[in-house]
Design a protein around this ligand. Structure first.
Ligand SMILES: NC(=O)c1ccc[n+]([C@@H]2O[C@H](COP(=O)([O-])OP(=O)(O)OC[C@H]3O[C@@H](n4cnc5c(N)ncnc54)[C@H](OP(=O)(O)O)[C@@H]3O)[C@@H](O)[C@H]2O)c1
Length: 262
């Protein structure tokens, strides 16, 4: 299927590794210009250097820490300066630490709100203006299966990402008539560095070998395995495409069937 992305510019947050980088690669494979964003110029540069030479010429970098109060403006300015007007925004952030609901502090909640929610809302509000004026745009937000089926040991993730669900669903209704779609993509268990470190943390805490933690986690997934970043990114590329013009206000699960509800 032709995705119609070859004249589009996508900005992907959290794109130095994992789901963000895989999403950026999928968009590059479809011919888009892509700006990778993250905190470390070295990690972003390494990600770009590993791309095929032809793709490097249409891959740009925007360095900022999402925790910085001006992150949204800094990222948007760098992306526009190098790649032009932004057609597609893939919101993606770091994840908060695991824990129990009763051990959350309001200070920690505020800190993670400031890096996971505020900059995402600010950047979305900034970019949506020009998307509406130009009559075409895609806002995708990578969240978690935890917004549908809360993950017991990730209460802060469940809570903060649900804020974005409410905001993005509200926004989808407002801008649908302007050619701009707004969707969430919900990873279940996709094999990235973060998944490995969460499994390792669980293993250390429970004194169980990490292989047993991964095996128990896999047993809860009907597909019988973790997903690959490429499988996740293929869904992002489709939702970003011209073909997905009538899909908005949706939460697309990429979870191998892990969420039990309809
Ligand atoms: N993988 C899964 O199965 C899964 C499941 C549910 C939810 N999620 C969530 O989906 C998101 C992506 O997952 P992942 O597995 O790809 O995570 P990851 O491997 O940890 O990647 C996170 C990305 O976010 C960037 N980042 C982190 N903190 C940042 C900050 N303060 N400012 C700017 N960039 C920042 C990192 O780049 P730098 O460190 O270079 O800045 C990195 O590129 C995370 O929020 C994760 O919790 C993932």
């Amino acid at each position: 299927m032709y995705l119609g992305l070859d004249d589009k510019h996508a900005l992907v947050l959290g794109a130095s590794q994992g789901l963000g980088l895989a999403s950026a690669q999928a968009l590059l494979n479809e011919g888009a210009r892509v700006t990778l964003s993250g905190r470390s110029p070295e990690r972003l540069e390494a990600a770009r250097a590993a791309l095929p030479t032809e793709q490097q010429a249409r891959c740009f970098l925007a360095v900022a820490d999402l925790a910085h109060p001006d992150a949204a403006g800094l990222i948007a300015a760098q992306a526009r300066a190098s790649g032009g007007a932004i057609d597609i925004l893939v919101n993606n952030t770091g994840g908060p630490p695991p824990g129990t609901p009763s051990s959350i502090t309001t200070e920690a909640m505020a800190t993670h709100f400031a890096s996971m929610v505020q900059p995402v809302v600010a950047l979305t509000l900034d970019l949506i203006v020009s998307m509406r004026e130009r009559g075409w745009g895609r806002i995708l937000t990578i969240a978690s299966s935890g917004v549908v089926q809360p993950i017991p040991h990730l209460p802060m993730s469940n809570a903060l990402r649900s804020t974005l669900v409410g905001f993005m669903k509200s926004l989808a209704g407002e801008v649908a008539g302007d050619g701009v779609t707004v969707n969430m993509v919900l990873p279940g268990r996709i094999a990235t560095g973060r998944t490995a470190s969460i499994d390792a943390g669980q293993a250390q805490k429970s004194g169980t070998p990490v292989e047993d933690i991964a095996k128990a986690s896999t047993a809860t997934i009907p597909a019988g395995r973790y997903g690959t970043p490429e499988e996740f990114a293929a869904v992002v590329a489709f939702l970003a495409s011209t073909q997905a013009s009538y899909v908005t206000g949706s939460m697309m699960r990429v979870d191998g069937g892990a969420i039990r509800s309809i």
